[in-house]
Each structure stands twice: as structure tokens, then as C-alpha cells.
Design a protein around this ligand. Structure first.
Ligand code: C2O
Ligand code: CU
Ligand code: CU
Length: 495
């Protein structure tokens, strides 16, 4: 297994001077004027273009003045553009100017296996991959990222990821903010750790693999310490957890509600008012926040639920355990004088959601997400079988198809988490959660999902409509990238 960590030198790391706001219960909002203004990834509007271009490249990013950080990105030095798509066929031209393989997986797009961009579709250095993407799905927020087996964690950490918007043109009619970068804010939430010279730090020690790697510095859209500027009124936040491992529990400092309007796969029937929103790696959520009162505010997060001292992970505490103590700042908001285009929260989004009863049918499969010290793992020598992590006792093997699903069928999957909470993701489908830990589904998981945090157990139903060629299976895996890279992944065909 090839691990490329050339960007990520060894040696001492430091807390990013002046930019660490751990242990802040409250943020001094008086300071906002001195903060840089948050910017948004460049937008590629490919709704009518028929094609768009992404190029994996290396570059330098100014996270800190005067200390350039070597990073990777698509079309730029870090992360990539947000690509807006509409129903219809669009050709992606993804080229690779790096000296290592990358891939471009469309996480959240419902595409046949030959367009999926998973680990079986590496783009070699100097090559271009040109899949046709037949977009035909509800409006949603999705993303793309590299997915080379064994190198997803380092690739995404270095910056090989970007945002996607599937747009159906009806947001004005729904009363939803949709002006990119103005009242419709794409927010890629990540955490990083830096060396003193500004370079990215990454640690592949056993505890970091066990927990997944977390940094001590929050980075939003590739920026540290920036403030978003919101108009007075309704603002839509498209939140993407692009961290390797950190699970956010987001809330507004003022106690303002976040009105959840969409989950991974699209809209809810109507907004759900939430005091806090859990967002695990790979998940997206769209919320409306009303800044009509003109008061500055901040999006904060509670500590990562996987970083607790208790339980089996106690013996694998990371050095530092960053941002674990209490709440921390994710993104402050300054409110401008300018009035927002939308000021009234819509009471309906008018998106029909099939009732779960209608879809809860079909063949049952069970999956246990296994850590080495979990039941059955130490005993059977799992540590020595080519993967630290596994699903149903079997570490991922690119040469093994784990099962086949019949195309057009609906299945019921029961996922069991072992030791930690794991975000479980399936390629090629949107699914619905029908129970969590044997009980009711939390409000944030009632819509269409492709990634769901499994704390103890989750039961979901999915219909498998997208076909796979025999050599290009879909993946299912934990989206803690260190777990995925170390074997907590499997693959299936839809035939
Ligand atoms: Cu976002 Cu298989 O990944
Ligand atoms: Cu995916
Ligand atoms: Cu995991």
C-alpha cells in the first residue's frame, strides 16, 4: 500500500499561534472587524455548459501570513471549485498534474459505477479521466474527493476535495436563498494541524489511526480565523464536514435556531428547527439561519463525541486530544446593513418524502464496523490480516467483491458500530434511516442520506438503481478516513 505523505513532514508541531480558539464558550464578537472576511470557493456553473474541468495540482496556500503551506487542490492550491450541476448529462474532465495517483469520487451524486470515481478508477499522473455524469436526482449539496485506497486520508487532508451543488431551478419558488456567496454560503468545515514553518502536520501513529486524525485548528473554506458576512435576514448555510475524523455538534452562540432544510440527498418536506446539529465526516446539511435582528453571532461546536476519555478508547488517547475539552469556535458571522433577499422562513419546502413505511422492505444485511480490540477481532488474529479495521471481520480487499445486490431492489441494512461512533457511507444510493439504536430516528436523520453516523446501531433502507460494471463495484465504508484507509470498507456490485 502506497502512502504519499510528502507534504506532511515529521517533527514537532505547534498550536497555530493566535489562531486557536479552543475552550471558548463565548467568542469576543467585538473583534470581528479585525478578522479577514471569509471567501468562498470559485463557482463553476456547469448547469448548461455540458462539461467542466478539474485539475489536481499542488501549490502553496497562505493559511498564515508569511508561512506558505504546501497543499493540494483542484484548479487551485487548496480544495477545489464548487461545481453547480443541473439535471442532464455533463462531462467532467478530471486531469492529474501530480506525481501520484488521485481519483475523483462524486460523493452524493447518484451515478452508475463507471462514473463513480472510487478506488478502482485511479487517474495516473499526467492522465485525464472524462466520465459522463448523467445527473438525475433531487437538488442537494454534495462533494467530490480523491478516493485512492490507502491514500484517501492524506489526499483529502492535503486538499483534494471540493463542493457540488445539484440545482433544480426552483429555489426562488420555494423561498430559499440561492445566491452563491451572498445568502447561500457553502462552508467546508475542516480541522488541521500545522508545523512551525506553516507546513501541514499529519500523524499516522496508532492512536491517530484508531481515533482518526484530528487537528487543533479549524479551517473553513481553507481559511483560518475568518468571519462570514451575512445580510440581514435569511441565510442558507450548506455545511459540509470535510474533516478526516472530527464529528461536529454545531450550534449558534446566541442560541439562535438553525432550521434544517436539507440533508445529504436533498430537501425535507419542511424546515426543522434545531438547537444543535450533529455533522460527521462526509455528511452535509443545509440550514437556514435568520440574521434579521442584525446581531453578530458565531457557529460553535461541542467537543468531538469520539474524543471522550471513557470506554475502550481510553487506552488510545491521542497526545493533545485537540479541541476536546469543551466548545470551540467554527465560524463567526458579522451581519451587514444590507437587507437579505429572503426574510421569511418558508413553512413548507414542498418536497415530498416517501414515507419510510413504503420503502422499508427487502432483504436484510448486517454490517459490523470492527475495530481491532472489538469483539472477535483480537482473538481471530485480525490485526495480522492486512488491515487494522474491518467490516464483518474482513478488512477491505480490492480484489474481493463482498456481495451483489439486485438492481432495482430495496434492501434493509443494519449497521453496528464497535468502540467508536462511525459515519457509514454507501456509494451510488440515497437511503433513509428507519431506526437509530433500536429507537426513533433523530430529526437530523429523517431525510435522504448517504452517510449516517452510527453510534451503536442504525437501520436503513436503500433502493439500488445505479448499475455497476463487474470491475467497478460501489464502496461502503466508514468515512473516518483513517478507518477507511485501514480496511473499514467493503464493495458490492449492483447487477
Ligand atoms: Cu466520500 Cu467513498 O466517499
Ligand atoms: Cu461516496
Ligand atoms: Cu470508523
Amino acid at each position: 500500500m502506497k502512502r504519499r505523505t510528502f507534504l506532511l513532514g515529521g517533527g514537532a508541531t505547534v498550536a497555530a499561534g493566535g489562531f486557536l480558539w479552543a475552550n471558548t464558550k463565548q467568542v469576543a464578537l467585538g473583534d470581528l472587524a479585525s478578522r479577514p472576511k471569509l471567501s468562498f470557493p470559485p463557482l463553476i456553473d456547469a448547469r448548461n455548459a455540458g462539461q467542466f474541468t478539474l485539475q489536481a495540482q499542488s501549490g502553496q496556500t497562505s493559511f498564515f501570513p508569511g508561512r506558505p503551506t504546501p497543499t493540494l487542490g483542484f484548479n487551485q492550491s487548496y480544495l477545489g471549485p464548487v461545481v453547480k450541476l443541473a439535471k442532464g448529462e455533463v462531462t467532467a474532465q478530471v486531469s492529474n498534474s501530480l506525481d501520484m495517483d488521485v481519483s475523483c469520487h462524486w460523493h452524493g451524486l447518484l451515478l452508475p459505477g463507471d462514473a463513480d470515481g472510487g478506488p478502482h478508477q485511479p487517474i495516473a499522473p499526467g492522465e485525464t479521466w472524462t466520465p459522463v455524469l448523467p445527473i438525475d436526482q433531487p437538488a442537494c449539496t454534495a462533494w467530490y474527493h480523491t478516493h485512492i485506497h490507502g491514500a484517501t486520508a492524506t489526499g483529502v487532508y492535503a486538499g483534494l476535495a471540493g463542493g457540488l451543488i445539484v440545482d433544480d431551478g426552483d429555489d426562488d419558488a420555494r423561498g430559499l436563498p440561492n445566491e452563491y456567496g451572498k445568502d447561500d454560503l457553502f462552508l467546508i468545515l475542516q480541522d488541521k494541524q500545522f508545523h512551525e514553518d506553516g507546513s501541514l502536520a499529519y500523524d499516522q501513529s496508532m492512536p491517530s489511526i484508531m481515533h482518526g486524525f484530528s487537528g487543533d485548528t479549524i479551517v473553513v473554506n481553507g481559511q483560518i480565523g475568518a468571519a462570514a458576512h451575512a445580510p440581514k435576514g435569511l441565510v442558507r448555510l450548506r455545511l459540509l464536514n470535510g474533516c478526516n475524523a472530527r464529528i461536529f455538534t454545531l450550534y449558534m452562540q446566541s442560541g439562535r435556531e438553525m432550521h434544517l432544510i436539507a440533508t445529504d440527498g436533498g430537501y425535507l418536506p419542511k424546515p426543522i428547527a434545531l438547537d444543535e446539529l450533529r455533522l460527521s465526516p462526509g455528511e452535509r446539511a443545509e440550514v437556514l439561519v435568520d440574521f434579521g435582528d442584525g446581531r453578530a453571532d458565531a457557529l460553535l461546536s461541542r467537543a468531538d463525541m469520539n474524543s471522550g476519555m471513557g470506554g475502550m478508547m481510553g487506552r488510545f488517547q491521542r497526545f493533545g486530544n485537540y479541541l476536546a475539552g469543551s466548545s470551540f469556535e467554527v465560524l463567526p458571522f458579522a451581519v451587514k446593513d444590507e437587507k437579505a433577499k429572503m426574510t421569511r422562513l418558508p413553512d413548507q419546502i414542498n418536497h415530498e418524502l416517501a414515507s419510510v413505511g413504503e420503502v422499508a422492505a427487502g432483504r436484510v444485511r448486517q454490517f459490523s464496523l470492527d475495530m481491532p480490540m472489538g469483539p472477535g477481532r483480537m482473538m481471530d488474529g485480525g490485526m495480522s490480516r492486512g488491515g487494522l479495521m474491518a467490516i464483518n471481520q474482513r478488512p477491505y480487499d480490492m480484489g474481493r467483491v463482498d456481495f451483489e445486490v439486485q438492481r432495482g431492489s430495496t434492501e434493509r441494512w443494519q449497521i453496528f458500530a464497535n468502540t467508536l461512533a462511525h459515519p457509514f457511507h454507501i456509494h451510488g444510493v440515497s437511503f433513509r434511516v428507519i431506526s437509530e439504536n433500536g429507537g426513533t430516528v433523530s430529526p437530523g436523520n429523517t431525510g435522504w442520506k448517504d452517510t449516517v453516523l452510527v453510534n451503536q446501531s442504525v437501520e436503513l433502507v436503500a433502493r439500488f438503481d445505479q448499475p455497476t460494471p463487474p470491475n467497478l463495484p460501489f464502496m461502503y465504508h466508514c468515512h473516518i478516513l483513517e478507518h477507511e484507509d485501514n480496511g473499514m470498507m467493503g464493495q458490492f456490485l449492483v447487477v
